[in-house]
Design a protein around this ligand. Structure first.
Ligand SMILES: *Cc1c(COP(=O)(O)O)cnc(C)c1O
Length: 418
């Protein structure tokens, strides 16, 4: 058993749905991201089903994995989208996403991005400051539009996650404090081209407990009541994303339990509920396939140098994150403890530490739980072309992004004439 629903061993060989990863490596080369269509669809359905009859919209957080095939698949299932840039807006529209299901988050939306989103008639801008509101009002006025706005409130709860991905504490850069939110909603007459339609929060990522979500939703509920008592009516409550997944031995709430408790804690509201899941939609639906180049034994340690690196999957280097690393071919040989490292000139360039494996150079490894914040955080550091991406669908495999070429990497650069 691999522990991953669509990635399983059959006759000692790791498969993605019914395709041997070995075949994918031969056909598309390595490093290569592999996503399972079935796993994405089943996560989406789990969210949908858990809402039951409650009026809602799932806005997939595009930054987790923004491949057009992933976005198109979710758009076909009826998903909405949470974007954080003009680039993501263009991706969603290209992939067939419905602009009326797009919410636009982020602390630093620039003018051009605001204009793009106003022109596309998106569902809502999740605004994070008073100055942002002033700018949006001005631009909407110039375009003769009314911008639908949800204020992102910082509920000041401890998400108990990695500090880099914790966003809902008062010292974080995100959102406006609860105390300020009311006065901003009250000042709506100062913003003739803004319509307040929602209330929003997002407290962090990779949360493995329900309690911070509950605390945040209670605070939001309280704030909504205060707004209502002042005659300010809001159409939707957006509770953000952040549900964690299992990388090692975490026991995050299930999608079902998470959604049910959000629904229960807001049962008295008639507003539509929005959520913005990213990682929990795609994280465990993808893996990074890599080949062992060299085994290096020093008196202290054993290194397996693989062809994927921190530019392909940054999470271990950035957050000291753990990913399971499975052999594509199960072996019975002697096990050693390996440091799984990439070819990049940084000591931080590792994918896994102290992994017990039986390895020969040339062996394929699967870095698991790499569907979210894998390819989307990749770079060209060390002039490494970014990996190919494929999606399996039963016994079919589709190339959804070609491996970059070195020519493409340098094509946009120019030298000084003299
Ligand atoms: C990153 C982000 C999300 C998605 O977070 P996950 O942990 O991937 O679910 C949702 N909303 C906002 C505003 C974000 O910045």
């Amino acid at each position: 058993m691999s522990g991953f629903s669509e990635f399983n061993y059959l006759d000692g060989e790791l498969h993605a749905e019914s395709i041997p990863l070995q075949n994918i490596a031969e056909q598309f080369g390595t490093p290569c991201y592999v996503y399972s269509r079935a796993a994405i669809v089943s996560a989406y359905h789990a969210f949908e089903k858990a809402f039951g009859a409650r009026e809602h919209l799932i806005c997939y957080a595009v930054k987790a994995n923004s491949n057009l095939a992933v976005l198109n698949l979710l758009a076909r299932l009826g998903s909405g989208f949470d974007i954080v840039s003009g680039g993501e807006l263009q991706r969603v529209i290209t992939a067939g996403g419905d602009p009326r299901k797009i919410v636009f988050s982020g602390v630093g939306k620039n003018r051009e991005e605001m204009r793009m989103a106003l022109a596309a008639n998106i569902l809502c801008f999740n605004v994070e400051s008073h100055t942002e509101l002033q700018q949006l009002d001005k631009l909407a006025g110039e375009m003769n539009k009314i911008a639908p706005v949800s204020l992102r409130v910082n509920p000041d709860v401890d998400a108990k996650t990695h500090p880099y991905i914790s966003t809902g504490l008062k010292e974080n850069k995100f959102g406006v404090p609860v105390s300020e939110a009311i006065s901003i909603y009250q000042s709506s007459q100062q913003f003739p081209h803004i319509k307040f339609t929602g209330l929003d929060c997002h407290i962090g990522s990779q949360l493995t407990e329900l309690s911070p979500f509950m605390q945040a939703s209670e605070k939001m509920l309280h704030l909504l009541e205060q707004l209502q008592s002042q005659g300010i009516f809001i159409e939707h409550l957006d509770l953000g994303g952040g549900l964690g997944i299992r990388y090692l031995d975490e026991t995050p709430p299930s999608i079902k339990d998470y959604v049910s408790s959000l629904c229960t804690s807001t049962a008295q509201l008639k507003q539509r509920l929005l959520i913005e899941p990213g990682r929990s939609m795609i994280g465990n639906a993808g893996l990074l396939l890599t080949r062992t180049e060299y085994l290096k034994h020093t008196p202290d340690r054993n290194f397996a140098v693989v062809d994927a690196a921190m530019n392909d999957l940054l999470r271990p280097a950035l957050y000291d994150a753990y990913h399971h690393i499975l052999p594509v071919q199960q072996k019975t040989g002697e096990m050693h403890e390996y440091q799984i490292v990439g070819p990049i000139c940084e000591t931080g360039d590792f994918l896994g530490k102290n992994r017990k494996l039986s390895l020969t150079s040339g062996d394929l490894l699967a870095v698991m739980s790499a569907g979210a914040y894998g390819m989307s955080m990749s770079s060209n550091y060390n002039t490494r072309p970014r990996a190919a991406e494929v999606m399996t669908d039963g016994n079919q495999v589709h190339l959804i992004r070609k491996r970059e070429t070195i020519d493409e990497l340098i094509a946009t650069e120019t030298m000084l004439a003299e």
